[in-house]
Design a protein around this ligand. Structure first.
Ligand code: ATP
Length: 241
């Protein structure tokens, strides 16, 4: 099978004011892959996703998405090209119902029938959202809000889905459910997924390839199964002594 590169970062540097958060990141995501980005607190994982989705402009380096420059292109334009970003901390609209949150997620979709079809698809992935269709987002549990945030991101039927810590703060049952959906989206829809996770064990289990970040740099990359066996990774992120 031929490999098509969907995302490419070459020597990307990003800053918050004077803070040099990404110090020359190079990585690729190919069509159809699940790629995991793991690493400790403050390593720069969230910043990498923000840079990719156009929320931050890299100061140096090249960033392409679907073969086109994406560096510093506004987030809504990148989204229009088929990239969806579920940020850390599930920013759902607390005062809107579950259904309304999904409708807002599909605001760039003009065909009402398509919007309805995607809402129903979202309910298919997350039956609990259907049960709670008219409940206010803010009154949903943490796990339910995470499901809603993912379902909302799926309203644009993205080619590339960026997920920032989808398992954060969730009970084991919900973690299981979220990872199942990630695998399903990839296998059944062919969706390409870039996954940032503190839960490195789970991330490496579902991912094809992985990158390990430390203080703004990529320290290690390779097949997820190889990274999971790496001794330094096991000690630092997988809880081995
Ligand atoms: P975590 O797993 O703790 O969320 P992370 O790997 O996602 O960490 P980032 O959030 O990307 O890391 O942070 C990378 C660096 O950039 C850190 O040193 C952090 O303090 C800094 N940083 C992040 N956001 C900001 C901001 N808004 N202003 C200033 N510095 C920031």
């Amino acid at each position: 099978p031929t490999t098509t590169e969907m995302l490419n970062l070459t020597d990307v540097h990003s800053y918050y004011g004077h803070i040099h958060a990404l110090k020359g990141i190079s990585m690729t995501v190919n069509e159809g892959e699940i790629v995991a980005l793991i690493g400790g607190n403050g390593a720069g994982k969230t910043t990498t996703l923000r840079t990719i989705s156009g929320m931050m402009k890299p100061k140096h380096g090249t960033l392409t998405y679907m073969g086109q420059n994406a560096a510093g292109i506004p987030a809504h334009i990148i989204m229009g090209r088929g990239m969806s970003h579920v940020p850390e901390g599930r920013r759902i609209f607390k005062d809107l119902t579950v259904r309304e949150n999904l409708e807002v997620g599909g605001y760039t979709v003009t065909d009402k029938a398509v919007i309805e079809q995607r809402i129903q698809e979202g309910f298919g992935f997350f039956p609990r959202l259907k049960e709670r269709e008219n409940q206010l987002g803010g009154t949903m549990s943490g796990g339910e809000q995470q499901m809603l945030a993912i379902a909302r991101a799926l309203m644009v039927n993205p080619k590339l889905l960026l997920l920032d810590e989808p398992s954060m703060g969730l009970s084991p049952l919900f973690v299981e459910a979220i990872f199942d959906i990630i695998v399903k989206l990839n296998k059944e829809r062919g969706m390409t997924i870039l996954l940032v996770e503190q839960n490195a064990n789970m991330a490496l289990e579902v991912a094809h390839r992985a990158y390990v970040m430390q203080t703004g740099e990529i320290k290690l990359s390779g097949k997820a199964s190889d990274i999971a066996q790496d001794e330094s990774v096991r000690k630092a992120y997988l809880g081995d002594e």
